[in-house]
Design a protein around this ligand. Sequence first.
Ligand code: NDP
Length: 318
Amino acid sequence: MSQENEHVKCLIIGSGPAGYTAAIYAARADLKPVLYTGLLVGGQLTQTTEVENYPGYPDGIQGPEMMLNFEKQASRLGTDIRFGYVSSVDFSSQPHKVVIDESKTVLADTVIISTGASAKWLGLESEQKYNGFGVSACAVCDGFFFRGQDVAIVGAGDTAAEEATYLAKLCRKVYMLVRRDEFRASKAMVHRVLNTHNIEILYNSETKEILGDGQVVTGLRVFNNKTGAEKDLDITGFFVAIGHHPNTEIFKGWIDMDENGYIITQSGSSKTNIEGVFACGDAQDHVYRQAITAAGTGCMAAIDAERYLAAREHAIPA
Ligand code: NDP
């Protein structure tokens, strides 16, 4: 017996601030959105502790709690929220085909991609253990908690350079671990780092272990990959800035992306190269990467989807 495919007006992929905001707007526009959460329900913010820079929470809020609030709001307004991941897509014709959990196919008039990005980690056990307790992959999110303290940052690209100078404004001292004897970052960014008095650059240096007291970070063991010499640094915050990868692999071949896999959207909109497919949040943004900007672009995607459907409905047949 053949199983009939489900047909929806608006399918949202991903459950971070972008996806849930798109859902809130799409639900209120009566698009009856269906949202698939992906495997990390709530997205990257569920892996952080306190969020102090999202407007509307004067006393701050824990990341996981904030994402539960997003979910509740999207659900209350009528979003059909389902646990599941998108395993493949076929955007060759309308309606678009989206395969869930390698088994079920959903046909969608509009698709909103909000699959986010994931920070790259060093892969140390101690890094995982102290994640959220001194270890962070976002200086803008967490630097404030280390003001007046000594911290370290690993990475030598533009992100690391930018975050090191950001941290230097808040912290007493910033150690910067560069694994080669040169930066990858642009000349202008390197110039800024070199001219910041409280950043100490440790070239040819890598992380051996993040040290802690079982609760929080208390230090860092680094080694010089040329000499093998090890030393311990007294720090309370450890920032990893070795890049992000957008979660866009399943869209390769369909959606235009830049060389790093970030989805290319038309300037000032969430439109992709495929009609009826929109992208928002970190999957298409390697510059700002904040919850508030992700939410903003989620709103844009839902409005773009609504207008696309309205225009299609009112189109005069040829
Ligand atoms: P990049 O991939 O450019 O840099 C990653 C850095 O991390 C490299 O220096 C790399 O070292 C280092 N690294 C990688 N793995 C390890 C590891 N295991 N241990 C130690 N170090 C490691 O990522 P970014 O996030 O910095 O930048 C991504 C893109 O976004 C770039 O195109 C960048 O220019 C852009 N960007 C632009 C900004 C701006 O214009 N304001 C701001 C931020 C980003 P190595 O050099 O040895 O490979």
